[in-house]
Design a protein around this ligand. Structure first.
Ligand SMILES: O=C([O-])CC(=O)C(=O)O
Ligand SMILES: [Mg+2]
Length: 661
């Protein structure tokens, strides 16, 4: 099989690393047509080109053949795999010669090409056409059976990290010999979408946290782009080394605050990789449009600096001293500029797991020039607000009737607090300052109060209310009398028995969210929340907990994780061609998520819908976000599709195999 890839090589040589590469120029012809012309001398035995199209079987185009592309949309802003094609179909005449490259993938190399390999699912005809005879055992099986088989082998691992590594091998290829798992991107995503509840804790929190901690030892194949201080001045070229050009989403971290685990330096790469797998599996963004990036400016983690297997720069972080801060800011600015230059202004950049001292500033600085979004500040806020809106249906009252207390006043804490205040203000027409007074935050020094204002970081200042100083959380609970307690401290087991009991004494149904990740950092466990509140707590956590049996009743905890929000939010931004993220889009995402909680879910005590319906949930979130983008005049894709939910579903990448004709 020969597959056509958009290549990042601009010299028209089209050599893309395959054993028998040869190149083509792809010309734009009248709308909905492409012309493919052979260029290079290295012609292989197959001379046709397969153009991938999400909704149609792969389309074969003979060389020098002018072929019409089925269903081509004159408007190029679309997602899904057909985007590659439309991307060039939109080129202007002076861009006619476009650097596409062809890599020949047939026979042995096809089985090792993650994007096109189907393993035993290649049918008889494909085995003949693509020189696979003899390279596979005779049986032909369906993708469904492959999924079943993979699940059996993954379930055999007892240790979650082994399951994680098996999943990564499927996505990236095993270097171990003999390979126990095949390299097959579609199978990876099919597995994840079909078994999302079982595999989310494997590829995401909590296991991804452990994977980052041990990344140096388990590292097998590079994935994503590593941009370190060594690459300063060359980031534009570094981006061009990435094999895909049509990037729609970048998740970037500098590794300084990985989950609640702290500074993991370059090993934080596991997080952008994990988040982007969810963009595809949960939100339907095409995998080739996703780019994980780690910015490496050193680490202050002594253990890593002394670890001989550490993969990052062996120096202390470029933060703290003024000259280092400039170095950091310059590197980030070069990165942000290069991204816009390479991928245009509609590429979504998700900031992930930056430390507080950079996260707020980066969001403020680039929020007006780029399509950026901070998952820890805004994504977490949106998912928590959705959970609260749903919880109020059980507890009663409006948001304005409740009092909120946070342990932790960093990105998540202040981000959630602000979104709640915005929503209260929107619902009641109350001034924002007034709405904020219903919300109190405790940080490592105690309750945030007016008398501390001079020493507070800027993002905490709006929360400094008139109140007596209080040092301990339990005293703050008794003093403030909150109806909702939210943990975003990054410190495990801080919701002690005393704290939960105090909440239960004050409230018939205390709402308690322990949001810190991974599980080890959760402020309390589900079991503790239900037991210490005598089964009265409405509980949700950032990392998953199993259902808990208490006095003969089974309680199913909610997972208030931003994974509910960012895939759908991202899809909505992409499909509308949005150029900026607006707070109202986060509110729209929250409302859309809360609306997905059914009566049946409520009857089971759930305040979040089950993850197994996440694709449908993401489509609704995407539609609401896109609608808001149109309403705010921030959407560039015109005309607005009539049915945004249907359009979102249509745009989603489908991991089912395509037939190669
Ligand atoms: O990754 C997660 O599970 C949620 C998150 O963004 C964080 O804890 O930083
Ligand atoms: Mg995060």
């Amino acid at each position: 099989m020969i597959s056509l890839h958009r290549s990042c090589f601009l010299n028209n040589t089209g050599i893309s690393g395959s054993s028998s590469p040869f190149s083509y120029k792809l010309k734009k012809l009248p709308p909905a047509s492409v012309k493919v012309t052979a260029l290079g001398p290295n012609r292989d035995r197959n001379s046709s080109v397969l153009i991938e199209n999400n909704n149609n079987p792969l389309k074969e185009i003979k060389e020098d053949d002018t072929s019409s592309v089925a269903d081509a949309d004159p408007n190029p802003t679309v997602t899904g795999e057909d985007r590659d094609l439309y991307y060039d179909a939109a080129a202007t005449d002076d861009q006619l010669v476009t650097p596409w490259s062809l890599s020949v993938a047939s026979g042995y190399s096809l089985l090792r090409d993650p994007h096109h390999n189907k393993g035993l699912a290649f049918n008889e005809k494909e085995r003949d056409s693509y020189y696979l005879r003899g390279l596979l055992p005779p049986t032909v099986i369906s993708q469904e059976l492959q999924v079943k088989k993979m699940m059996c082998s993954i379930r055999q691992y007892q240790v979650p990290l082994q399951k994680y590594m098996a999943m990564m091998d499927l996505q990236l290829g095993a270097i171990m010999f003999p390979p126990i798992i095949e390299l097959n991107e579609r199978l990876f995503y099919k597995l994840l979408t079909d078994n999302v509840e079982e595999l989310l804790p494997v590829v995401y929190t909590p296991t991804v946290g452990e994977a980052c901690q041990k990344y140096g030892s388990i590292f097998r194949r590079p994935q994503g782009l590593f941009i370190s201080l060594k690459e300063k001045g060359k980031i534009h070229e570094v981006l061009r080394n990435w094999p895909q050009r049509d990037i729609q989403v970048i998740v970037v971290t500098d590794g300084e605050r990985i989950l609640g685990l702290g500074d993991l330096g370059c090993q934080g790469m596991g997080i952008p990789i994990g988040k982007l797998s969810l963009y595809t599996a949960l939100g339907g963004v095409r995998p080739s449009a996703c780019l994980p990036v780690t910015i490496d400016v050193g680490t202050n983690n002594e253990q890593l600096l002394n670890d001989e297997f550490y993969i990052g720069l062996r120096r202390r972080r470029a933060t703290g001293q003024a000259c280092n801060l400039i170095e950091y800011a310059e590197l980030m600015h070069e990165f942000m500029s290069a991204v816009k230059q390479n991928y245009g202004e509609k590429v979504l950049i998700q900031f992930e797991d930056f430390a507080n001292h950079n996260a707020f500033d980066l969001l403020a600085k680039y929020g007006t020039t780029h399509l950026v979004f901070n998952d820890d500040i805004q994504g977490t806020a949106s998912v928590v607000l959705a959970g609260l809106v749903a919880a109020l249906k059980v507890v009663g009252g409006t948001l304005a009737d409740h009092r909120f207390l946070f342990l932790g006043a960093g990105e998540a804490g202040t981000g959630i607090a602000e979104l709640i205040a915005l929503e209260i203000s929107k619902q009641t027409n109350m001034p924002l300052e007034e709405a904020r007074k219903r919300i109190s935050l405790v940080d490592s020094k105690g309750l945030i109060v007016k008398s501390r204002i001079d020493s507070l970081q800027h993002f905490k200042k709006p929360w400094a209310h008139d109140h007596e100083p209080i040092k301990k959380l339990v005293d703050a609970v008794n003093g403030i009398k909150p109806t909702v307690l939210i943990g975003t401290s990054g410190v495990g087991r801080t919701f002690t028995k005393e704290v939960v009991e105090a909440m239960a004494a004050l409230n018939e149904k205390p709402i308690i969210f322990s949001l810190s990740n991974p599980t080890s950092q959760s402020e309390c466990t589900a079991e503790e929340a239900y037991t210490w509140s005598q089964g009265r707590a409405i509980f949700a956590s950032g990392s998953p907990f199993d259902p808990v049996e208490y006095k003969g009743r089974v309680f199913v905890p909610g997972q208030a994780n931003n994974a509910y929000i960012f895939p759908g939010l991202g899809l909505g931004l992409i499909m509308s061609g949005a150029i900026r993220v607006h707070d109202d889009m986060l509110l729209a995402a929250s409302e859309a998520l809360a609306a997905q909680v059914t009566h049946e879910n409520f009857d089971k005590g759930l305040i979040y819908p089950p993850f197994r319906n996440i694709r449908k949930i993401s489509a609704h979130i995407a539609a609401s976000v896109a609608a808001k983008a149109y309403e705010l005049g921030l959407a560039t894709r015109q005309p607005q599709p009539k049915d945004l939910v249907k359009y979102a579903e249509h745009c989603m990448y489908n991991p089912a195999y395509q037939s190669y004709r």
